[in-house]
Structure formats: structure tokens, C-alpha cells
Write a protein that binds this ligand. Sequence first.
Ligand SMILES: [Zn+2]
Length: 230
Amino acid sequence: MAAIGVGCQQYQTQESPLVVGNFVLPPEFCYVDAEAPEVRADLKYAGRDNFVGRPIAGYEGSRAILRRDAARALHRVSQRLAEHGYGLLIWDAYRPLRALRDFHAWSLTADDSTRATFYPRLTKRGIYEGKYIGDASEHTWGIAVDLTLVHLSDGSPVDMGGRHDLLDPSSATESPEVSEKARTNRRLLRDAMRAEGFENYAKEWWHYRLAQSRPWFAYDFPVRDDLRVH
Ligand SMILES: [Zn+2]
């Protein structure tokens, strides 16, 4: 590859890696498994089990990525939950900006094939108007995470009264449409997350952001398992 000017150096974590194949994890980020190895991950946007129905742009790996402070806080949350016999399973964490563009492009298509599973009571336009998806996301800052509880004994899912990205009123954390047991489990997750500084999005029981952290900067490096770590 031809030499790259020194002047490009400052863009290494944003554009250059995509051009030269030099993938770098920004220093303020980490793989969640580096700080919280006990936390499991099943990145829904890397596969087909999501509201678009196919892998999303920018998801090329299986390891969750977050800002380091968020990953460390998550480790403390999982320690709290372990006392109750529960563990954490991440469905999405850091999300590249290009994924939001991919969502938007999908929203303009006629494809409605995932509606029954993911947004049975909404139109595609309603997903945006209902603020389930937006053209900006805390996930691109690396401080937001979608996650659920699993039983530590066998890794099986805990009943939370619905699945990830069920874009529906029943996914509101306090929704009366789900069973008391599911609501109790949602509250258990919320209480443990709150205790370590995470804030829940009331419309989505699975979405949390680290409340103290406001970098206001959207990143766009891809989610890959082989990013170079500083
Ligand atoms: Zn989320």
C-alpha cells in the first residue's frame, strides 16, 4: 500500500482503517470480554435475527465493544446479579454510524417481512416516529447497551416478557401487558444496572446508557473481532 501522509494520522480511527485494512480500536474503547469476561454476547445485528432480517452494515464480528468505563460498570452489574443466580447477555453494544444509515435505507424500502415478529402494531414510519429507532443513537457513542438476563446455571434466557427489538408498547419496562413475573425480572435488571450508573430507556426494557458519560460523538469503526487494541 502506498505511504499515507502523516496528516492522515488523526483520522486513523475513523476513515483510514477502512481504506488500508488497518483496523484500530479507539483507546477509550475496549472489548467487553476484556473487562467483563463473564458477560455473554449474541450480537443480533451481526446475523439475521433482527428487524431488518439480515446482517447490518458494520457488524463483522461477534465480540461486543463499549467504552471502557461502560464495560467496567457492566462487570460490576454482573457481579451483583451473580448473587441472585443471574448473568448478562448482550444483544448490542457499540454500534457504528453506518448501521444507522443501513436502518434508514431499510426503512425506505417496501420490505415488511419482519413486521409480524418485530413491529406488529407499528408501520415502518411508526418505528421512527415512536422513537424506537432514530438517525442518532447513544450506541454510536459506545455508552449504550442492549442486554437481558440469563440463568447462570445453564445460560438459558430469563422470561422478560418479549424479545430484543420487539418494537412495541409491551416492551416498555413497566408495561402492564406482560406478566408480573416478567415485570419483576425487568425491574431486577433495572435495579442492578441503576446501582452501577446505567439509565434505562423506559420504552425498551433492554436498553441502557451509562448516565454520567456524555461524549456526544458518533463513531464509525466496524464491529470486528480483530481490531488492534492500544
Ligand atoms: Zn439500544
